[in-house]
Design a binder for this molecule. Structure first.
Ligand code: HEC
Ligand code: HEC
Length: 454
């Protein structure tokens, strides 16, 4: 079913769109990946969140012993500790050791960029395009606010917005989808700001960002595949009030480069040992049991981009319902979908099975990041109900090292609570995808080995 925009306006948008699409399509071909990367890391599209002075004093808000450690450290070490505290990583080949996730201007202003959620680590090294599964947006924003109040500095859009909007309840996940809903409701179809109004109804929930190296395999965006790809959808992130409709138009070419960059990304190759015999057997099992949804890999890859009805997949359904038909229609009618309005799916029935290229490197698993390793994905009844990530990776089970808990220990601070993934919380269920249980234990071992090679 396509999202038909029934009004006459819709048709006009659609027709204008047809013309614009052909223009845009030719321009996209000109997008340059290196320029895209440079724009993301160097050009601030959002107002700054904080400055160097704030960044350098964030440690003062921490609990001991981290606070003490920072207090004793020299400035360079302290900055490294600060980056680690919030899940930031140094940019590759940058002698200034700036974080990948923020644009840092010459006068020391930090503005969040796409890599805040889409630039993480693989094997302990920064890997742009890998999900940032350690990003601590909520924590960072809270500490920035405290530090600004202490230093008497003005609050930014993010500091104020976060008073009304939860940013994410668990490290590594964010309420990003609802940011988009709230901000788009403030605009008319041409992205002109509307007079201030109450926020639309929202169902807050957290998601684990997907890896960008999937985009070259996909036609549509997001876990429910509701929106067709293009450079404009990538611009939703910049909907803050400070950016005008004219700004969006002037940035279109930039985002053709960003799109080219995203589509150029390759998954990282597995660096550990692989038992090739076991993996070959796993490929047979995979092609029998998984390929109908996830596609095939190797010399002649295929990818069906299949949307699986929720009644079949039964993973957490909050995300599916949180984006309402009204929200999706608003998107379909907006500038972001011009020329594609009727390809927007306003009532998707489930989630799209993602490509599994580089799957070993994008733990935790499922769209809400509820499952720490591939082994646990393949063993639904063994998935930990409450877990806390530990440093390093679990190479045997492929994914995050973690510790399981019966309950959140008494007297943990708010800061520590943020480190626990509690699958009993709203939107955080680790249930579903249990048809993997049709596999025997030996088949699961074979498939696990094969997944390392994708
Ligand atoms: C605060 C975190 C956050 C930031 C910042 C962010 N994203 Fe995302 N992004 C997400 C999440 C979460 C999803 C998954 C949404 C879904 O599936 O519903 C996503 C999905 C996407 C997808 C679709 C991927 C897929 O496989 O379907 C693309 C492309 C994307 N983002 C591009 C961008 C770009 C470009 C920027 C910067 C201009 C950006 N994002 C900034 C969190 C973020
Ligand atoms: C009927 C379709 C279907 C089949 C068959 C299927 N999957 Fe999935 N799979 C999905 C869907 C849909 C998702 C996304 C669910 C979500 O995130 O809520 C998914 C998610 C996954 C993920 C997590 C991806 C991520 O990025 O977090 C892995 C790994 C996976 N499947 C592996 C397998 C393996 C291995 C098999 C075969 C044993 C298999 N799947 C069979 C539909 C399927």
């Amino acid at each position: 079913m396509s999202c038909l925009v029934s009004s006459r306006i819709g048709w006009i948008i659609f027709l204008v769109g047809l013309i614009e699409v052909s223009v845009a399509a030719s321009a996209v071909l000109g997008g340059d990946p290196a320029t895209g990367y440079r724009l993301i890391t160097e050009k601030p599209y959002l107002p700054p969140d904080f400055d160097q002075e704030i960044f350098d004093r964030l440690w003062e808000t921490w609990d001991d012993p981290q606070r003490e450690e920072a207090q004793r450290a020299d400035i360079a070490t302290r900055r490294r500790l600060t980056m680690r505290q919030y899940g930031l990583t140094p940019r590759p080949n940058d002698h200034l050791a700036r974080p990948l996730q923020y644009v840092v201007t010459a006068d020391g202003q930090y503005s969040m960029n796409c890599f805040a959620c889409h630039g993480g680590e693989v094997n302990g090294a920064t890997y742009p395009g890998a999900p940032n599964s350690r990003y601590a947006l909520e924590q960072l924003t809270r500490d920035v606010r405290l530090t600004k109040l202490k230093l008497g500095k003005p609050l930014s859009h993010m500091d104020l917005g976060s008073l009304f909007m939860p940013l994410g309840g668990t490290r590594g996940t964010t309420n990003a989808v609802m940011f988009g809903v709230a901000l788009l409701a403030n605009r008319d179809v041409d992205l002109q700001l509307l007079p201030r109004r109450l926020p639309p109804p929202m169902t807050h929930h957290d998601m684990d960002a997907p890896p960008w190296w999937h985009m070259q395999r996909k036609q549509n965006l997001y876990i429910d595949g509701f929106a067709p790809q293009g450079h404009r959808p990538l611009m939703q992130f910049m909907l803050v009030e400070q950016n005008s409709a004219e700004d969006f138009q002037s940035w279109e070419e930039d985002f053709e480069h960003v799109e080219a960059y995203i589509r150029s990304l390759q998954p990282p190759a597995y660096s550990g040992a692989v038992d090739t015999k076991l993996a070959d057997e796993g490929q047979q099992v995979f092609n029998r049991s998984c390929a109908e949804c996830h596609g095939t890999y190797g010399a002649e890859p295929s990818y069906p981009e299949r949307r699986v009805d929720w009644s079949e997949i039964r993973t957490d359904r909050v995300r599916l319902d949180a984006l309402t038909t009204v929200d999706r229609q608003r998107y379909a009618e907006s500038w972001f979908a011009v020329g594609h309005a009727d390809e927007v799916e306003c009532a998707p029935s489930g989630y799209v099975a993602p490509p599994l290229d580089g799957i070993w490197a994008s733990a935790p698993y499922l769209h809400n990041g509820s499952v720490p390793t591939l082994w646990h994905l393949l063993h639904p009844t063994e998935r930990p109900p409450l877990w806390r990530r530990l440093p390093g990776s679990d190479d045997a089970r492929v994914g995050c090292r973690f510790e399981a808990y019966e309950q959140v220990p008494d007297k943990v601070s708010r800061r520590e609570r943020y480190e626990f993934f509690d699958t009993s919380q709203f939107g955080k269920s680790a249930a579903g995808h249990d048809f993997v249980d049709r596999l025997s234990e030996i088949e699961k071992r074979q498939v696990l080995e094969y997944l390392k090679t994708l």
